[in-house]
Design a protein around this ligand. Structure first.
Ligand SMILES: Nc1ncnc2c1ncn2[C@@H]1O[C@H](COP(=O)(O)OP(=O)(O)OP(=O)(O)O)[C@@H](O)[C@H]1O
Length: 232
């Protein structure tokens, strides 16, 4: 459960919304609309007193509690220790002691076995994205925010990630993406930001109508026979 009560800063304006504990969310909006900023507000990287997680004010939570409640997965993996391996990184991603069974399951699920002992810094961009997803599965917070996780993934990997997003492996998910096919297929609730303001908040079905696509994306995308078509 997530509630944001009238949050304002120099980027975001009058941000208020609520998602129940059984709901997931996709955040959409053009470059610079404020999506990452909103994510940082929700997870407390930008301090505020407007966010409630499971009826507790974010500000009142200890660091350990915050880590249990919320996990922000940034667009890019940044690692300070150049000699940390993929497996070591995943072991460190658990908030509690490492669940060896879960670690094995996550490595196998994402086909990361062959990369287990590779240094994280040497992984390709797509492999780093998969490592970030794997780390979120190890962390297993009540709410996980993915900021453009799928940007570097090939089609097969995108499908695997889609299946994980649709599964119950993680609790609540908030997905920031520019991939409208992904957003449409997930069927999660949609929040659309424009210049720091919420322009739309509602169901997937309500958002993905030709009227709304025209309103939010001009004529660059339309829906034909339940498929999104980009008009290049
Ligand atoms: N620390 C900062 N100081 C000043 N301006 C900032 C800061 N962080 C973000 N901005 C500005 O705020 C606006 C929103 O940025 P944000 O990263 O939240 O957008 P976004 O919707 O995630 O964009 P994108 O889709 O390009 O990743 C941008 O104009 C950005 O330049």
């Amino acid at each position: 459960m997530l509630k944001v009560n009238n949050y304002n800063n120099f980027i975001l304006k009058n941000i208020s919304f609520f998602i129940k504990s059984n709901e997931n969310l996709v955040i959409l909006g053009e470059n610079g609309a404020g999506k990452s900023t909103l994510a940082k507000v929700i997870c407390g990287l930008i301090e505020n007193d407007s966010v409630e997680l499971y009826e507790k004010n974010l500000q009142d939570l200890s660091s350990q509690q915050r880590a249990n409640y919320i996990n922000y997965i940034p667009p890019k993996l940044s690692i300070f220790d150049e000699y940390i391996t993929l497996k070591e990184f995943l072991e460190l991603s658990s908030v509690k002691s490492v669940d060896v069974k879960r670690l094995k399951k996550v490595i196998s699920l994402l086909n990361l076995k062959r990369l287990e002992h590779r240094y994280c810094n040497d992984l390709s961009s797509g492999e780093k994205q998969l490592l970030l997803l794997a780390s979120s599965l190890m962390h297993n917070a009540k709410i996980t925010i993915f900021d453009e996780l799928t940007a570097n993934l090939d089609i097969n990997r995108l499908k695997e990630v889609f299946d994980i997003f649709k599964s119950t492996l993680l609790n609540q998910k908030i997905i920031i993406t520019h991939n409208l096919d992904l957003a449409y297929a997930l069927k999660f609730k949609i929040l659309f930001l424009k210049e720091g303001k919420i322009e739309f908040f509602g169901t997937n079905e309500e958002f993905f109508t030709n009227k709304n696509l025209n309103k939010f994306y001009d004529s660059s995308i339309s829906k034909i026979d339940n498929h999104l078509v980009v008009n290049l």
